[in-house]
Design a binder for this molecule. Structure first.
Ligand code: GLN
Length: 399
């Protein structure tokens, strides 16, 4: 019970005052409350591959039930190194360059805590995955936002202004956070764009922290390029990835950070005291997952492409303007045609009256006004789920 004499706010850290709860997770709770189709939080509603579930069951049965090595089970680290070499041509030493964490979420915050000092600046493209802002605050750094501008034509790409990006780099800039393929825009950064970012990182002596969790989810012939593979970047890049999206196991919480040995050493120390280690049996299953054949990834991308092509026409037909994603499993939309005051009003109406949950665009921007006419839908769902959402969305046309 609250003691009238104590102002409980006194007990709170200033840090938590600077950010709100996750809107994405809140929308999932609202979807449950109103019985809505959940196209908000990005998690698949279809089964994970049978062979990796079996590998997890086998590991539990074989009593791989105690702590793994703090920075990750050896066979998972070896599999990660093998995959980075195979997919991106990047040589990685599993003994000194990899830290397995509780999801890529922990990999990102552990990396930022390991490299940032108070007063450092971190450059972030916006719209951005909502964790990056609070991550920067928790690590004492100041986020500096650079706009990704929506495509002007139906077939165009999200772009950034070179001068605007350059202007965000200063003597206090410690890192730039990249996310390609990008959540929420679906942008896949091109080699030319990454080279431009590389040149700035080298010129200003800045680290690239790159979240590549959607690396295998690509459409329309786009290619995923890891910035760590560009000349001059291996010694100044931390690459973050995980099992969640490539193997449809978002609840397993297994991710990793790959970086130069000295930075890895620091990340491992933070990770050790934050969480000790990621779930041991699921790391074993992770090693099995990373051994899946190339055809697995082709089918994964094909499946998501079909889902994109199922949802986008339904959204367009219901009155949304869709920014066609080239990768990842989200579609950002413009909601101006509906005439709502803002994205929050719209998503509230959508979840309560229409029965579909989506994420308000403002949760991906520093200034909520920038996302006030945007809404994100996730399409990592079964055909039946997408069709039911499509059916309900038609009600937007006939109030
Ligand atoms: N990355 C997913 C999304 O953007 C899930 C976020 C989360 O809740 N961790 O929806």
């Amino acid at each position: 019970m609250a003691d009238a004499g104590v102002e409980s706010k006194h007990f709170l850290s200033d840090k938590v005052e600077h950010f709100t709860e996750s809107v994405i997770r809140e929308m999932t709770r609202q979807a449950i409350l109103y019985g809505a189709v959940n196209l908000a939080q990005g998690f698949p509603d279809f089964p994970a591959p049978a062979e990796i579930k079996r590998a997890a069951q086998d590991a539990v049965a074989a009593d791989v039930n105690q702590y793994a090595i703090t920075w990750g089970a050896k066979n998972l680290r070896q599999a990660i190194a093998r995959q980075m070499k195979e997919w991106q041509g990047i040589p990685v030493d599993p003994e000194t360059q990899i830290t397995v964490c509780c999801g890529s979420t922990e990999a990102m915050i552990s990396t930022l805590l390991a490299v940032c000092n108070r007063g450092d600046e971190v450059v972030i493209f916006e719209p951005f995955y909502e964790n990056y802002g609070p991550d920067a605050v928790l690590s004492g750094a100041k986020p500096m936002f650079v706009k990704l501008r929506p495509p002007l034509s139906a077939d165009g790409e999200w772009t950034f202004d070179e001068q605007e990006l350059r202007a965000a780099f200063h003597s206090h800039t410690k890192a730039i956070i990249l996310n390609t393929p990008n959540n929420p825009t679906g942008k896949v950064f091109t080699r030319t764009e990454l080279e431009l970012i590389r040149d700035l990182c080298v010129e200003f002596n800045v680290l690239a922290i790159t979240d590549e969790i959607y690396e295998h989810i690509l459409y329309d012939g786009t290619q995923h390029i890891s910035i760590a593979g560009l000349d001059g970047m291996q010694e100044r890049t931390v690459t973050i990835n995980g099992l969640s999206k490539s193997y449809s196991v978002t609840g397993w919480r297994v991710g990793w950070a790959v970086g130069p040995p000295e930075i890895t050493n620091a990340i491992r120390k933070v990770h050790d005291f934050l969480t000790v280690g990621a779930p041991a049996p699921l790391q074993e299953a992770g090693a099995a997952a990373l051994a899946l054949p190339g055809s697995y990834y082709q089918n994964l991308a094909k499946g998501y492409c079909a889902r994109r092509d199922r949802l986008v026409p339904a959204l367009t037909g219901a009155g949304f303007h869709c920014f066609r994603p080239r990768g990842a499993y989200y579609v950002m939309t413009d909601i101006s045609s509906f005439g709502f005051a803002n994205d929050l009003e719209f998503t509230k109406h959508l979840v309560k009256e229409i029965g579909v949950a989506a994420v308000p665009g403002s949760s991906f921007y520093n200034d909520p006004r920038d996302g006030a006419q945007q809404v994100r839908f996730a399409f990592c769902k079964r055909d039946e789920t997408l069709d039911e959402a499509a059916r309900r969305l038609q009600r937007l046309r006939t109030p």
